[in-house]
Design a binder for this molecule. Sequence first.
Ligand code: ADP
Ligand code: SF4
Length: 693
Amino acid sequence: MRDPRYDILFEPMAIGPLTAKNRFYQVPHCNGGGYRDPSAAAAMRGVKAEGGWGVIFTEQTEMHPTSEITPFIELRLWEDKDIPMLRKMARAMKIHGALAGIQLAYSGINGPNMYTKEVPLAPTALPIRTFTNDPVQARAMDKNDIRNLRRWFVTAAKRCKAAEFDLICLYGAHGFGIFQHFLSRATNQRSDEYGGSLENRSRFAREVISDMRDAVGDTMALTLRVSLDETIGDLGFSNAEVRDFIEMNRDLPDLWDLAQGTWEDCSGPSRFKEEAAQEQLVRGIRELTEKPVVGVGRFTSPDVMVRMIRSGTLDFIGCARPSIADPFLPKKVEEGRIEDIRECIGCNICITGDMTQGMGRCTQNPTWMEEWRRGWHPEKIAARGESENVLVIGSGPAGLEAARALSMRGYDVAVAEAREAFGGRVARERHLPGLSAWGRVVDYRLYQLGQRPNVQMYQGSELGPDEVLDLGFQNVCIATGSRWRADGVARQHVMPIPTAGRLPVFTPDDIMEGRLPSGRVVVFDDDHYYMGGVMAELLAQKGCQVTLATPSAYVSDWTINTLEQGAIHRRLAAAGVKIVLNTGIAAIGEDGIETCCSYTDARSALPCDALVMVASRQSNDILFHALKARAADWADAGIRSVQLIGDAAAPGPIAWATFAGHRYARELDTGVWQEDWGDQPSFRREITDLAVD
Ligand code: ADP
Ligand code: SF4
């Protein structure tokens, strides 16, 4: 069972009038579902309860219609009608003995109110600060507004209590909550008793917490989430001032919840931030207060967690992403199953659910946000159906996840991989700059597969249709992946880019296979996720003179959704990469390329020695089509089904591949498969009732 050195993680601890059963604290995190998919969000939190978390929070909950952050989909508590939805969530959290927390957000200078059309209210009249530079400004709150807002917090607290929550987290971190807007000199330029000195800037937080404590503090605990450093030096709420604030208000909340800087700083991907990256900023704060402290840092290692507690840095181990990648992390530590922990890889795909208003996805945990929609549980899966065995061809994230989940269902599984190394694209991409943690996608699955008696793994085994027909498996899952295209077909060009045929053109596959350009290299990025920036970074490290050209206005522009676009641009600039934006390729010449402006089509020559084409990928689906062409032979060969999944069906990010692999395994022998699309969605939806006029 549990290793005694982890006992400390299971010691109960008081938070105000309540006691958490252990130190595993799921801090608030978004999921894309929010008010649109409340049952999906509730079931997701319920699975975490089952997984052993001691404290579980909702995402941010907008607490009054004068402040909302449309288009982002969070929760809402604007009127009593919102309570049943939230009560469903609180009950799901509490079912296994966790404390249920709700995060209240009044977004102030961060809420453009695109839905309610209300005038935003903030401590000081300034433009609204969002990801989208909305052309909206806030009105400065007068004393009456402040009185109203205090009352709205009390009303919200009473509603939280009616919804059966135990804890309320007041959001004042990441630049997102009104508490930070009052505390920071940058957003609070008032000259009355709410502005100026730190004591004055703290007044609003003190008043609200005191009001709320009077209303619900006998039964509920109040936590305050503050940024550890606004990262704009003395112009804002610096780490030194955060410490002064906490010392000055030692007992203000029942728990201090500390989270670094902006959301980008706090949820930095593994490409830019190590585990426990906030340790220095947190260290010593616990000595300034008698109240417990929680902090985050993409903690996946129980040894690091223990160190954070033993060193007196934290009382609770705050996790968002690690709890998404493995909702059963606490339980696995408790049961002494450390190797079974599915560690977060720090890719931030989970954040794209919120940023794109889609549905949350996780690269490591394909069941995330599908707990209610599809009835998927991260640790349980139905026993196999009527067939007995599956041949999985390709060992990338799709093939490995399919094999893992199929083996749990009880199928006999064989995995055939053409290469000597298992892992497909991840086996190669993990060696690119900053992507080593992504290797966990493969390491976790290979370990799990290695534990199962019903799995055979064959490397160096490239299969063609004859071999597949000879092998006699009942089901064939083709996860043969994709290759990068060299012809430039992607978004700017739907047909191959005209070329004089002499300039060497490389793809990311060439480079990952060790064929490298030299001299002056143009990396052309019409893919817009991480690969273009990573190629530029790698080639700069290898001594090339790199220019990154892209038709987009941003380097790696989709990474805005993974909160790393700014960090990528900074890293490339620091590496000496010349960045050329809004620029496509008109033609590939003999000793360079002809570029074209994305807006005016103005042409210019860009001399270079080589071009790296980061455009789109082509599916490796030849085997699938060859087998389809021989469908008449399947019955004799004993084949019942042949399916194409992952990048081999349609290239996408790694999370798309693990989802495809998992889905294949879940749906085998159930009669549900995409080829037989019915007239209904493949998952449950939540449809809002029409209001009665
Ligand atoms: P995905 O992201 O969909 O999992 P990957 O490209 O990561 O796809 O992995 C596909 C894997 O399939 C690669 O490792 C590749 O070597 C392997 N593969 C491709 N064709 C064959 C084949 N005919 N037989 C066995 N393995 C194959
Ligand atoms: Fe971690 Fe990536 Fe999953 Fe997010 S999507 S929890 S960063 S593995």
